[in-house]
Design a protein around this ligand. Structure first.
Ligand SMILES: [Zn+2]
Length: 305
């Protein structure tokens, strides 16, 4: 009985992976190629490079909390994925920065007011430099859950051949939302921040899409990135849905966020559930593995220059 269950489970996993790969690879790379290096020694495969903010980086002067260190994990041998050099994926575990109360930064680089609400209200010119995040109904902090998820996702992506910029690997990393975005702009090709929403209905996954405001969409650098941000979000949410993840509504909610207002590379804030969502280590491992496959589904031809 136990063996039968295991076989059913394995067949289900293989089938779901086949569906995902078929739907996003055009047959260029197979799943066996992705996992070919699983048995190699972890440490020898990549370098871990500390990176930090320097004043000459665009938008660095807008950040108030920027002394923290992020880590760039670089494959020693550059890998090819879907016929292109593997991009650098910035993984940003949301929150996890202790700041003096009331520390704010400009919501938009041009000083214009926010066009939607969020942690900070619509119409405000300044936003919290970075918020604390929510606490799950279980009493565990969002910042700790997304950190564990980010660490699992890093392992998956490195295994698949990506380079990974880990924006935060500690409980407290002194980098506010602008500093995180500036680091991603300078060291990564795509930026994915991991969050859970503050509702408590276990409503499912969505990403924060670009608000419809014409003025917002004309503002630099939003004008250069918003279409790719939304394509990135649509792709990842669709790939998660195809692996059986519950999606909230249409999978997107327009939100004026600091991250998206300063990004120069394709970037999303993905909300992976809410206060009521399961967040055990096993669940986070499953989610990390599904996110990694979703990232693998990104049509790289639409994101390179
Ligand atoms: Zn959050």
């Amino acid at each position: 009985m136990k063996i039968n269950k295991n076989i059913v489970f394995i067949v289900a996993i293989v089938l779901s992976m086949a569906i995902v790969f078929t739907s996003c690879t055009n047959g260029v790379v197979t799943s066996s190629e992705v996992s070919q290096s699983e048995t190699e020694e972890e440490v020898s495969k990549y370098d871990k490079i500390p990176v930090s903010i320097s004043d000459d980086m665009e938008f660095a002067e807008f950040s108030k909390i920027k002394t923290g260190t992020a880590y760039l994990y670089k494959q020693k041998e550059r890998k090819v994925i879907l016929g292109r050099f593997a991009p650098v994926i910035a993984i940003n575990a949301g929150h996890g920065t202790e700041i003096p109360q009331g520390t704010t930064t400009l919501s938009h680089p041009d000083g214009s007011p926010k066009v939607t609400g969020g942690t900070t209200k619509e119409g405000e010119v300044y936003s919290s430099a970075i918020s604390k995040g929510m606490t799950f109904l279980s009493g565990v902090k969002e910042s700790e859950v997304v950190l564990l998820l980010a660490m699992y996702l890093k392992e998956e992506l490195l295994e698949m051949g990506y380079d990974v910029l880990m924006i935060r690997e500690q409980i407290d990393t002194q980098l506010d939302n602008i500093a995180r975005t500036v680091l991603a702009n300078n060291y990564a090709d795509m930026h994915i921040s991991l969050h859970y929403d503050s509702t408590d209905t276990d409503k499912g996954i969505f990403y924060c899409s670009t608000p419809s405001s014409k003025k917002y969409r004309r503002m630099y650098p939003v004008s250069e990135t918003f279409e790719k941000n939304d394509l990135l979000g649509d792709t990842i949410v669709a790939a998660l849905a195809s692996q059986g993840e519950k999606i909230f509504g249409s999978g997107k909610l327009p939100m004026d966020l600091t991250q998206m207002s300063y990004t120069k590379i394709p970037s999303i804030d993905i909300e992976l559930g809410d206060k009521a969502s399961l967040h055990t280590p096993d669940r986070l491992k499953e989610l990390a593995s599904r996110l990694a496959l979703a990232i693998y589904c990104i049509p790289l031809e639409n994101f390179s220059d």
